[in-house]
Every structure is written in C-alpha cells, then in structure tokens.
Design a protein around this ligand. Structure first.
Ligand code: EPU
Length: 439
C-alpha cells in the first residue's frame, strides 16, 4: 500500500507569475489506448505527468505494448506485438477512462474483455450508450461478473448509424475508436463536442483515419484498414487551465496562464468575467487578475460549449468569496456536490438541494483539515486553501494527482506556501502528526 500524502497550505497569499498548462487528461487517456489501432509505432508528445497516464501506460504494457520514454512528456508506443485483449479488474478499476480500451481493442481485434471501469465517485455512471454503439456496429456484448465481454461475428464490425440517447463524452470517443476500422461509413448523431473529442479525431486522422465533423453533433467515420504510425502532441488541458485561472482570482492575484487554447476556455472566461475577474486573452495564453470585489452569479453546467461540470467545484470555491447569493445548477453529473461538506468546514455557506447549490458568499474562508473526495473536489479545496486565512491540510490527494501534473510545484512557483507531506502511520490512526516528506 502506498504511504498516504497530504497537502499543507498556508493560505492568504495572492498568486503571481506564470504557469504552464500540461496536456489534457481527458484527451490523452483516449489517445494512449488509440495507439492500439495503429499498425506502426506512434510518438505522443505533451503527455501530462499524472497518475491516470501511468495507469494507461501500465495497461498498454500489460497488453504487450512496448512503451519507451523519449524525453519529458514524450513517449513512443509500439503496439504491434500486442496479443491480449483483456484488461482485468485490478487495472481497470483504477480509472474511469479504462473504458477506452474497449473501443480500441474492439477496433484492433474485434474482441475485448475489459473490467467495468472505476474512477471518481460521481454517482451512477452507466456505460449503456457505449454498449449501444458497439452493438450497432455489429458486436455482441455481455457483462458478466464485472467483465464486459465483447465479440464480433466473422464479418467484422460494420459501419452504421448511431444515435446517442444522451450527450456522452465517453461513448462518443468509444464509438469513434471502434468505428475507425469498421467496414464502411459510420454516422454518430447527438455526439459530444468537447475539445478532447476533436483531439482524438485529429490524432486518428494523422494516422490515416477518415473522421469528419468532430466538434459538431454529427461525426462521420469512413472505416480504414491500415493506420500508420504518427507523431502527435496532445492539446492543453482546458480544465487544468480553468483551475489555475480560478486560483489566481480567488487569491486576488495576477497570473499568466500559458500553453492554452483560449477558444476552449470561452465558457469559463465568460463566467469569471461576470464574477468580476479581469481576463486578457492572447494567442496561447490568458492573463487573469482580480483586484476588485467578486460578485455573485448563476451558472448551469452543460456539455461543451457550455460551462463544464469539471469546473463546477472550483467555481463554487470562488463564489464563496464573492458578495451575494449565487446559484449553481449541475446539468451533467449526478453527484457533484460531495465537496460541499468539506468547504463548509472552511466556513462556506452552501445549501444543496438535489442538483442545485445555493452559495451565500461570505467573502472569506478559514483554513481547516479537509479531504478530497474526487479529482475536481480536490482542486476546489486547493483553491479554497490558497485563498483561506490560516492552514488547510488536504487528505486523499491521490485524487488530485490523477489529473493535475505537479500541482504543488506549479503553485509554489506562483508564490503559494504549499507542501506535500507524508502522513505518519501513527497520524493516520490518531489524525494528528504529519512529517516532512523525505523524498
Ligand atoms: N451517461 C449515460 N450512459 C452512458 C454514458 C453516460 O447515461 O453510457 C450519462 C452519465 O451518467 C452522465 C452523462 O451521461 O450523466 C455524461 O457522461 P459522459 O459519458 O459525458 O461522462 P464520462 O465519459 O463518464 C467524461 C470525463 C469526465 C467529465 C464528463 C463530462 C473522461 C475520462 N471523463 O466522463 O471527467 O466530467 O466526461 O464532461 O473523459 C474529470 O475529468 O474530473 C471527469 C470526471
């Protein structure tokens, strides 16, 4: 078992300086499995150093791929000798995105056995739409003892029309992965439009796939027999960028957030401007500053291009510091208010009723011991801790490390007083002492 770690933040210091955004988690976790579809090695650049990437690379190795580290953030992946199409529970349970191995292995072999995915506890997260897409392509899918077992008749996967009953990122990406080597034309309707869907399609097209319309709600894929190797850089992480933007605003700082695609940040920028944050846009950077009062607002999360559910907890932390009553309606995830109890420990006044949270801005938060219950909840607590007076300790930071590359180092470079500490085994039991991480 890994030694538990915690972040200790001494809050109340405005963030200043520049921060470089890493590659997008939700793009790379699909692009790495997609290398299984290539008939030659691929080089993937701008790979973020996060634990979800470690898990994806481990699964690729377990399947028989050769993974070579070339330079910081760059890997060569050669899947030519992969013979296995099974991803067992032990590997799949560690992250939600392990479901992309279903589409990729199905596209590669016409078969796969992948355990039901794990990931953030955000309520019931079914995969019925993924299975619907695979079945429409001609596969036979059954779920038994937690394993999803998918086979294809001898004729192979056949192009088809897929209409999703809800807008789903995962099922859209999985349908693309499976359809790319199917016979003939596949048309996906009511597709999700997130930037990572466009990125997956661009990656596959750079291997010789024929995918049109990614980023709109209708995607057309003409199946291709041979996909060549490619060299491809993952897009910057829209949510990591948004998180640093909110952190800058919450601390009353002034930060240049670099290596971003401002177009991907439009809905976040609009909301932050309404709250009273100043944002300047450049070609591949945004400058965020907040020296005036923050004001209330109302937000509903929606699929892209709407305000992302993955930014909802972070913006709630900011709204705790604003004047007036704000309202947040969660329009995507089922349970995304689990962080509220932790923010309350820091003095937040938030009432939740079903999918709606009402935030009474108190203008101030105070440091407290809190626990990250999922990735973005952890990010919200980091922001709250940076803005709060006093010391905040955040436990279960492995959630944060799933999706944020070196958050501690990046924040420290911006002037934050933050340390990652190893929790003493005694302290785990007695909940008191922490000691400096020796590593
Ligand atoms: N849904 C179904 N059936 C399905 C698939 C989805 O009913 O077969 C429902 C879900 O229950 C949910 C809605 O559709 O209510 C949207 O789910 P979606 O499939 O879009 O989400 P996901 O693929 O499970 C991805 C991201 C999440 C992000 C959501 C929404 C990855 C690996 N995960 O999840 O990212 O919140 O899209 O944008 O890409 C995160 O990064 O913190 C994170 C949780």
């Amino acid at each position: 078992m890994k030694t538990p770690k915690q972040f200790v933040i001494r809050g109340g210091r405005p963030l200043h300086g520049e921060v470089e955004i890493s590659g997008a988690k939700n793009a790379v976790v699909a692009i790495l499995p997609a290398t299984l579809l290539s008939d030659e090695p691929c080089i993937i650049e701008n790979v973020p150093e996060i634990s979800d990437v470690d898990i994806s690379l481990r699964i690729l190795r377990e399947l028989g791929a050769k993974v070579r580290y070339l330079s910081p953030h760059t890997y060569e992946i050669d899947t030519r000798e992969v013979m296995s199409y099974t991803v067992p529970y032990e590997s799949a349970r560690k992250m939600r995105a392990s479901y992309y191995f279903m589409g990729a292995l199905l596209g590669r072999f016409g078969h796969c056995r992948v355990s039901m995915p794990g990931g953030c506890p955000l309520g019931d997260r079914p995969i019925d739409q993924h299975l619907k897409a695979f079945k429409k392509l001609g596969a036979i899918a059954k779920v038994e003892r937690g394993m999803v077992d998918i086979t294809t008749p001898e004729s192979g996967l056949q192009g088809t029309q897929i209409f999703f009953d809800c807008v789903t990122v995962g099922a859209t990406m999985n349908a693309i992965l499976a359809a790319v080597k199917a016979e003939g034309l596949t048309v996906i309707e009511n597709a999700a439009k997130e930037p990572h869907i466009v990125d997956l399609a661009s990656f596959l097209n750079s291997m010789g796939a024929d995918i049109m319309g990614a980023g709109t709600d209708t995607i057309k894929i003409r199946g291709t027999k041979y996909l060549r190797g490619t060299s491809y850089a993952v897009i910057p992480d829209q949510i990591e960028a948004g998180t640093y933007m909110v952190a800058a605003a919450a601390t009353g700082g002034n930060v240049l957030v670099k290596n971003v695609i401002p177009k991907h940040l439009e809905s976040i920028i609009n909301v932050m401007e309404k709250i009273g944050v100043k944002i300047e846009q450049f070609d591949d950077a945004v400058r965020v500053s907040a020296d005036g009062p923050l004001v209330k607002t109302s937000i509903k999360t929606r699929p892209h291009p709407g305000f992302p559910t993955d930014m909802q907890p972070q913006i709630s932390a900011l709204l705790c510091l604003a004047e007036g009553t704000s309202m947040i309606k969660e329009g995507v995830s089922e349970q995304r208010f689990q962080y509220v109890d932790e923010l309350r420990r820091m003095g937040a006044d938030i009432q939740v009723d079903g999918k709606v949270a009402v935030i009474e801005g108190t203008g101030h938060l105070t440091g407290a011991p809190v626990k990250a219950c999922d990735l973005r909840a952890g990010a919200a607590l980091m922001i709250a801790g940076l803005a709060a007076s006093g010391v905040t300790t955040i436990e279960d930071i492995y959630h944060i490390e799933r999706g944020y590359a070196d958050m501690e180092g990046k924040l420290r470079a911006l002037g934050a007083c933050i340390e990652k500490k190893t929790v003493c085994q005694d302290a785990v039991q007695h909940d008191v002492i922490v000691r400096q991480d020796a590593v």
